[in-house]
Design a protein around this ligand. Structure first.
Ligand code: FPP
Length: 239
């Protein structure tokens, strides 16, 4: 069975999970953090070297202030409580998204998570925080324009590979598989460049209910897909 090198997850449905139980939305996000913890260890055990999770989108700022604060609080708690464990297990943490505009304590924690784990090699956890795909592409385009103006880069030299080096995900392989929970069937500005050829699996369960079995199910669906990258398949080789 082919195991994907990189799995990316849109962790959706925390709010509906809570509502279905008559609980506040925060309870759903808390349960979502538990599901995230379990998923990171399951992915490690299943031999998935890269896991990216969508924790907070650039559009999530439009939620009520109290919910934004709750999500910021949960990120802080997650890093404070789990960083040592992730580090002990050899997990390298990377964060993608816009850092500017985040509170200094959050930025500090994100920087600390990245620097502490920079040398780890067992597995990579990429946290998309204050991330929006269009925003990422625009920031990359600005940096490219600046490099051209400075004379460090020739515009003719800008290829898809060079462009990708200016994205937050520089050096990270494209996701092979994107999973979205909660039954919604859309990408919501998640890795629009990087997921151009990804296989997509949409699952009805809400994120807090996501277990190792759901991950195994998604990997099973992935294993029987034929990936052609725009070419044709001949004797199992993408041409
Ligand atoms: C979607 O549920 C989930 C989010 C907006 C945030 C994902 C966050 C977590 C899993 C917990 C936080 C983890 C960290 C590390 C910060 P929703 O609120 O959109 O649910 P709904 O669509 O049912 O309302």
């Amino acid at each position: 069975m082919t195991t994907p090198e990189h799995v990316a997850i849109i962790m959706d449905g925390n709010g509906r999970w809570a509502k279905a139980r008559g609980l506040p939305r925060l309870a759903g996000h808390r349960a979502g953090v538990e599901a995230l913890r379990k998923t990171v260890s399951a992915a490690g055990e299943m031999g998935i070297p890269w896991l990216t999770v969508y924790a907070f989108s650039s559009e999530n700022w439009s939620r009520p202030k109290s919910e934004v604060n709750d999500l910021m609080g949960l990120l802080k708690l997650f890093i404070r409580r789990d960083l040592a464990e992730l580090h002990k297990n050899g997990v390298r943490v990377r964060v993608i998204g816009e850092r500017e505009g985040l509170a200094p304590d959050i930025r500090g924690l994100l920087d600390e998570a990245e620097s502490l784990t920079a040398g780890n090699k067992n597995m990579n956890l990429v946290i998309a925080f204050n991330y929006g795909g269009r925003d990422e592409i625009v920031r990359a385009a600005r940096r490219i324009a600046d490099a051209v103006v400075r004379g460090d880069l020739k515009s003719e030299a800008v290829s898809p590979e060079v462009f990708a080096d200016y994205l937050d995900t520089a050096g990270i392989p494209d996701p092979d598989l994107v999973i979205r929970t909660s039954g919604e069937v859309r990408m919501s500005n998640f890795l629009p460049w990087q997921a151009a050829y990804s296989e997509l699996v949409f699952m009805p369960c809400y994120w807090p209910d996501f277990t190792r079995d759901h991950l195994a199910d998604a990997l099973g669906q992935y294993a029987v897909r034929e990936r052609r990258f725009g070419g044709v398949l001949e004797r199992g080789i993408a041409l």
